[in-house]
Design a protein. Structure first.
Length: 523
């Protein structure tokens, strides 16, 4: 067992956790008899997969046993079936350690290596559980060990796994909480604001590398993560052997830091530079992290040179991500950039209908239509409102209808429909353009001040019920005609596609307006 553990530890360092998990653990029994190492595969399919690592396994065996080490790989269905059934029966019981079992078995280097490699997961790293498979003649044969690394299904923004390349093959134990499955592309509700991004995802799956990198931007809750999860799931279903990884920028950063601290940069780089499809969510998280950005830049360059597919998603436009560095931004802009707008009423209704179908209690369409008009385009808010409605119905034993929904969600709707004030617009514009309120209300005609001021007046006319004279007075203008002039000029800017200067650089006026609207919605 010590020999097997040492060889597996050496192999893990050579091929990385991802390949080790996929090819060398599931359905494979390891045996060591002197300098000979035997790997028994469950069937011919697993044997073919295992043979891909023959050179690495031999190198790891020679590293531990010396140059005389040999490796034998073959199918042994009977032994492995017995071992698997024994492992399943004991999976929920503590392992019985014989008094004669070597102490090194419990402190194998493979245990620490696997735990360190998985430091980037959102949940505690997988523990390697050695399961002893008894043989007919234990005194004559070395004791085989099956090392099972539990497969962790990744999730989306809320803590997704950093290693989705290995699809789970065994059902989770009854006493373990199962994690949610990835969203599917078929369940994505297509509307006018997200049609281009949805089409791009579908097109790249049929021809990886065609649009690389693909960059998807949009406000929170618009469906970015749904598209990335759906792309990962579709890629894994159509080609299970295709190396596909989906993770968040925070997970990439965490694993990179762990690799710098000792888990190994070569293994980290092999993991992310030897993939066919790499999907990274929340790209804005990388801003300000220079060391991680350098590593990401080299990873992107390596994948692009190999014609691999990269997909990024962020809650900001590419013009707002200047802090990622000009080189990375230029490479992203050289691919395909897609923006997703907040869902319109028809799209919100489609999302609500899909969510309602998952509840056991039916929701009348009149209620769904009312909700789609009262709430904005954030899918999480729509889901929360629907969950609250059904929970209230079950608690009070009331039938769901429109009057009941209006009473149960009155406070939620009231908060969502909070009136926008002039002071809200002023503070949002000042924060976005990096100016103070006194400058905004001054007599300065500098474009750095006058352009934000005119935009603020335009927003005031659109989102408040304030009179022209009240808006002019708020911005310290002598006449209400100044407000009319500002409104006309900003409308012309939107038609002509004018850009305004933000602290991070030029940004299209249309994108600036969207950012302001998102900030006002969240304020």
């Amino acid at each position: 067992m010590e020999i097997v553990s040492a060889v597996q530890s050496a192999l893990l360092g050579k091929v990385g956790e991802n390949r080790f998990r996929m090819w060398a653990t599931e359905g494979v029994t390891w045996r060591a008899n002197g300098p000979q190492l035997s790997l028994l595969a469950h069937n011919t399919f697993r044997l073919e997969r295992l043979r891909r690592l023959r050179a690495d396994v031999l190198a790891a065996a020679q590293q531990v046993l010396g140059a005389q080490a040999t490796v034998d790989m073959k199918v042994c269905e009977a032994n492995v079936a017995t071992a698997d059934s024994t492992a399943v029966s004991r999976s929920t019981q503590p392992m019985n350690v014989s008094p004669t079992m070597p102490a090194a078995t419990l402190s194998s280097p493979l245990l620490s290596a696997a735990a360190t490699s998985s430091a980037g997961l959102s949940q505690p790293g997988p523990q390697v559980a050695p399961v002893l498979a008894p043989q007919a003649n234990e005194s004559a044969n070395p004791l085989p060990v099956i090392f099972r690394l539990p497969s962790v299904a990744p999730s989306g923004n809320n803590g997704s796994s950093s290693n989705p390349a290995a699809a789970p093959s065994d059902p989770p134990p009854a006493n373990r909480m199962t994690r949610r499955t990835f969203a599917a592309l078929d369940s994505f509700v297509v509307g006018e604001g997200n049609r281009l991004a949805h089409a791009a995802i579908n097109n790249l799956l049929s021809q990886l590398g065609r649009y690389s990198p693909l960059f998807i931007s949009g406000p929170p809750g618009c469906g970015k993560t749904h598209l990335l999860e759906g792309a990962w799931r579709a890629a894994r279903q159509t080609a299970p052997n295709r190396r596909t990884i989906y993770l968040s920028a925070e997970q990439f950063t965490t694993q990179f830091v762990e690799a710098l601290r000792g888990s190994g940069l070569p293994s980290f780089r092999r993991k992310y530079r030897d993939v066919e499809l790499l999907l990274i969510d929340d790209l804005q998280f990388f801003m300000g992290k220079q060391s991680t950005l350098v590593e990401l830049q080299h990873t992107v360059d390596t994948l692009l040179r190999s014609g691999r597919q990269i997909v990024f998603a962020a809650d900001r436009t590419l013009g707002e991500l200047k802090n990622l560095g000009s080189e990375l931004v230029h490479r992203i802009s050289g691919g395909l950039v897609c923006a997703i707008d907040a869902a319109d009423m028809q799209t919100r209704l489609g999302v609500l209908e899909q969510m309602a179908s998952r509840h056991s209690t039916p929701t009348p369409r009149t209620v769904l239509e009312w909700l789609s008009t009262q709430l904005d385009g954030d899918a999480r808010q729509l889901a929360g409102a629907l969950n609250r409605l059904h929970a209230t119905s079950e608690a009070l034993h009331c039938r769901i209808d429109l009057p009941f929904a209006q009473r149960a969600l009155a406070d939620l709707v009231r908060v969502n429909r909070r009136a926008v004030r002039l002071t809200d617009i002023t503070s949002t514009i000042c924060d976005m353009f990096g100016i103070d309120e006194q400058s905004l209300q001054s007599e300065s005609k500098s474009p750095a001040v006058s352009h934000p001021r005119m935009l603020a007046m335009w927003l005031a006319r659109k989102y408040t019920r304030a009179a022209l004279s009240e808006i002019g007075k708020h911005f310290n203008r002598k006449s209400h005609t100044t407000v009319i002039s500002a409104e006309d000029k900003v409308s012309q800017w939107l038609i002509s596609g004018k850009s305004l200067l933000l602290p991070e650089g030029d940004c299209r006026l249309e994108d600036v307006v969207k950012r302001v609207e998102n900030q006002l919605r969240l304020a």
